[in-house]
Design a protein around this ligand. Structure first.
Ligand code: ASP
Ligand code: MG
Length: 420
């Protein structure tokens, strides 16, 4: 079981969490619980680091930010004990959860689950702070923002859990953001691949890396709400959304438990910015000159479009980067203006990326054209397009995000009928 920051924010909420955990244990399950820091706490700690030293050492940053989860894991263990359960916390270095050295963005390498399993077998509920691990040097590391989802999946894989239930402030994965489309529907199941695409294009339910890890390790993940009453459907009856393999999805479709759809979900992401370099020389090596410095600075480039060359052996190159990295990217490119040989650099952070995702499009034509037509009918201009086997993304004006999402939700027949 994993509980996010909103579910852990304060003693009252931790008590609700403890009750949910107690019920699972009382139902005959051996339980390990991974927790996040209280909502807002990690941001607060990050700010302290910035105030202390604007160019902070990531190793000491990790010492500071990992503390949020240490607090909640201890508090949950205490609360479970107050309810009469046997509970024990396991910090990252105690288990240990070994990670690579990369402070502030470490990856889990190996989890020693032996002592943990023995304690669970003996009837103790294990409480594990998410987000943190330990390096080979024995220093505290953290897994990057949102990393406790990944901690949960990694622990589930290490102990061979039947299921990894991720309790959060939404009750599952929806066809799109329900705050934008009232007729969005909760999905019973999505495939790993779909969830991976949805998470990476702005559906913020799970950290992207946790989905990749679940897929690789075959961990069965359920997303469900922690804000439930005493009469709630038990987690074992799968009230949330299951993230499953394609084979398992096929079985659900055959049994009629899921409806076959061309598109499973629609996501939006307002955190990207667009960069256009004009009149770049149209010759081998030109784009390599553009993207090499960005890669070296760990700036993630997403969409890339190179226009057809103009007559004078020149072309325009358009791409997107995270908004937070725009200033850095711009400075890096300006520095290399002569080397790259562009004329102008034009940037725009008032853009949004809208993506339609679904394994159904692997075997069906026309998904992209439905998207383009639906947007055109509303006069929404498409600035860039990119596709993968199960995704079509377009870049549009940020102000048109909500309209685009609504229009597409209807166009792909995803709107819930009344009463659903
Ligand atoms: N507390 C960490 C963060 O806010 C990790 C997590 O909650 O997943 O990023
Ligand atoms: Mg989270």
């Amino acid at each position: 079981m994993k509980f996010g920051g909103t579910s852990m924010a304060g003693t009252e909420r931790i008590r609700r969490v403890a009750n949910i955990v107690r019920k699972q244990a009382a139902g005959g399950n051996e339980v390990a619980v991974v927790v996040s820091a209280m909502a807002g706490e990690t941001d607060r700690l990050v700010n302290f680091c910035r105030e202390a030293n604007p160019i902070y050492d990531p190793a000491e940053y990790d010492v500071v930010v990992a503390s949020g989860e240490q607090v909640t894991s201890g508090l949950l263990a205490l609360t479970l004990q107050a309810l009469g359960c046997r509970a024990r916390s396991w910090l990252g270095w105690q288990m240990p959860i070994r990670t690579i050295e990369a402070h502030a963005k470490a990856r889990v390498e190996d989890i020693d689950s032996e002592a943990l399993l023995a304690s669970m077998k003996a009837g103790e509920i294990a409480v594990i702070p998410g987000f943190q691990g330990v390096s080979h040097e024995g220093r505290v590391t953290t897994l990057g923002r949102g990393g406790s989802d990944t901690s949960a999946v990694a622990v589930a894989a290490a102990i061979g859990a039947d299921r990894c239930d991720i309790y959060t402030d939404v009750d599952g994965v929806y066809t799109t953001d329900p705050r934008i489309v009232a007729k969005a529907r909760k999905l019973k199941a999505v495939t790993y691949e779909e969830m991976l695409e949805l998470a990476s294009v702005g559906a913020k339910v799970l950290q992207t890396r946790s989905v990749g890890l679940a897929m690789k390790e075959g961990v069965r993940v359920q997303v469900l709400s922690s804000f439930i009453g005493d009469d709630a459907v038990p987690a074992d009856e799968i009230p949330g959304t299951m993230i499953v393999s394609e084979e398992e999805m096929e079985a659900l479709l055959e049994k009629g438990e899921m409806e076959r759809q061309l598109v499973t979900g629609i996501a939006h992401d307002k955190n990207e910015a667009k960069v256009i370099l004009t009149r770049v020389p149209d010759r081998p090596g030109a784009v390599a000159h553009i993207f090499e410095p960005l890669a070296q600075a760990s700036i993630n480039v997403d969409m890339i479009i190179q226009n057809v060359g103009r007559d004078k052996g020149e072309t325009d190159v358009t791409f997107t980067v995270p908004q937070a990295d725009l200033a850095r990217a711009q400075a890096l490119l300006e520095d290399r203006r002569d080397e790259i040989g562009f004329n102008r650099i034009i940037t725009d952070s008032k853009i949004a990326k809208i993506s339609v995702v679904g394994v159904g499009m692997k075997s069906h034509a026309g998904v992209a054209s439905t998207m383009f037509k639906a947007l055109a009918e509303r006069g929404i201009n498409i600035q860039a397009i990119s596709t993968s086997e199960i995704k079509v993304s377009v870049l549009i004006d940020e102000d048109e995000t909500e309209l685009a999402v609504r229009v597409l939700h209807t166009a792909y027949g995803l709107d819930a009928s009344d009463g659903e």
